[in-house]
Design a binder for this molecule. Structure first.
Ligand code: UDX
Length: 433
């Protein structure tokens, strides 16, 4: 089977590569020539553990290739996955112009039956929009089906998530399209992956519902952490005690500076816009967004308080810039927001991140970027952990204490144990404990 994946961002590149590994012929298309030539040279434009090895293997075995030739790729493919970006417009709704452009190109190049699948998170109704565009603008008269197959990949473990998903959601009307998509995913039958087969609109909504619910868990535990701080309780024990209830579950109840990344902030906002468009008010998700915005600012206050209130002229050492570990992605990163705010408040910032410094340098020039955690701590007035990379979990704390100007640590990811830090002589501030 020949398939074509349009868009070589996180979603498209991982999807294309993993399908190639399942044994089908995949061409990944992007209009960005620089990106395609990077990929053709065997380099991966994003940081995703295990991706390079898998790309190399499937290119070598001739099942995976990269091109800018969208029209030719469409013509050769039976299944076309659309994985182009859907950035937020100013009002928070999703910008579908890339998707519309792709739909027009598909219409002009439809030379036989094809299944057109949206993989990017798209507002409800995008499937039927694509269908309308293709119907109205197709050059030759051929049958086609539009389907929705949302991705649930986490950055940093995207390959594992693709190869061992909790579920596969397929939204389509025609039995032919469903059969073709099920066939594509047939390697997952062996591990008994559940399949949810439904209509296009429902599939589109499942993705938003899942992300908004996960974001709700995070904002919930963050507000709980704030209450814990006031009453002297331990939020980790609250999360454990709650999470053991199988109806609640233990995951995504880790407090911190709030959620970031390319999905949760955008998708929660888009869901509230979808609701409003239909005359509804998604109050819970509106609150989730508010809490998340507040939480970031609360973290800035925490750092200021730990340093006696005024941070003008203070040097703050920062560990972690990405929105979470194991990625180089700094989109909507709470860490980047906090660094910006510290600079605004008159502090200077020294920072280190294992993968996110190149991206951060482009937007924050007035930060001193360091080679490792100890260079960051050296001479700083305080050390703040903003992203929980593994290498920040086993710092030589005696050394850190010696080289800091004062032994102050603000641990916004609750990596260390409060009692232990106190015993070591640190002024230690964390979240909800
Ligand atoms: C997410 C979804 O998990 C994935 O299914 C979807 O397809 C895309 O969005 P991702 O953005 O890669 O994936 O990251 P994820 O691991 O889900 O973390 C999202 C954010 O929530 C991060 O900023 C993380 O630090 C934060 N988070 C997560 C918490 O603050 N607390 C938690 O308990 C869990």
């Amino acid at each position: 089977m020949n398939i074509c994946v349009i868009g070589t961002g996180y979603v498209g590149l991982v999807t294309g590569t993993c399908f190639a590994d399942f044994g089908v012929n995949v061409v990944c298309v992007d209009k960005d020539e620089a990106k395609i030539s990077t990929l053709r040279n065997g380099e991966i434009p994003i940081y995703e553990p295990g991706l390079k090895e898998l790309v190399d293997k499937n290119v070598r075995e001739r099942r995976l290739s990269f091109t800018t030739d969208l029209e030719g790729s469409i013509r050769k493919a039976l299944v076309i996955f659309i994985a182009v970006g859907t950035p937020s417009r100013n009002d928070g709704s999703a910008d579908l112009s890339y998707i519309e452009e792709v739909a027009r190109t598909i219409a002009r190049n439809l030379n036989g039956y094809k299944v057109i699948v949206t993989k990017s998170t798209v507002p409800v109704g995008t499937g039927s929009l694509i269908e309308r565009i293709i119907k109205n603008e197709q050059n030759e008269d051929h049958k086609f089906d539009v389907a929705s197959n949302p991705e649930f990949l986490r950055e940093g473990s995207a390959i594992e998530d693709f190869m061992r998903p909790n579920r596969v959601v397929i939204g389509a009307r025609s039995p032919q399209a469903i059969a073709i998509l099920k066939d594509l995913y047939s390697p997952l039958y062996l591990i008994e992956t559940p399949f949810v087969i439904t209509d296009v609109e429902t599939a589109e909504l499942i993705k938003y519902a899942s992300n908004a619910f996960l974001a709700t868990k995070i904002s919930f535990i963050n507000e709980m952490a704030n209450i814990c701080e006031e009453v002297g309780a331990d939020v980790h024990m609250v999360a454990k005690g709650m999470g053991l209830d199988k109806r609640i579950g233990p995951k995504f109840l880790h407090p911190g500076p709030g959620f970031g990344g390319s999905c949760f902030p955008k998708d929660t906002l888009a869901l509230t816009r979808i609701a409003r468009k239909h005359g509804l008010n998604f109050r819970i998700v509106e609150a989730v967004i508010d809490v998340n915005t507040y939480q970031r600012e609360r973290m800035v206050d925490k750092i200021k308080k730990a340093l006696g209130g005024d941070i003008t002229g203070k040097c703050i050492g920062v560990l972690g810039l990405t929105f979470k570990p194991n990625t180089d992605d700094i989109r909507e990163s709470p860490a980047v927001y906090i660094v910006k705010r510290l600079l605004e408040e008159g502090a200077s910032v020294k920072a280190f991140d294992p993968a996110g410094m190149e991206n951060t340098k482009r937007i924050l020039q007035n930060v001193t970027y360091c080679a490792d955690s100890y260079e960051v701590a050296d001479g700083s007035d305080a050390l703040a952990i903003l992203t929980e990379w593994n290498q920040f979990r086993k710092l030589d704390l005696d050394r850190i204490k010696r080289i800091l100007k004062a032994p102050v640590m603000i641990d916004l990811r609750n990596v260390y144990e409060p009692q232990d830090m106190k015993r070591r002589g640190f002024k230690y501030v964390c979240v909800g404990r």
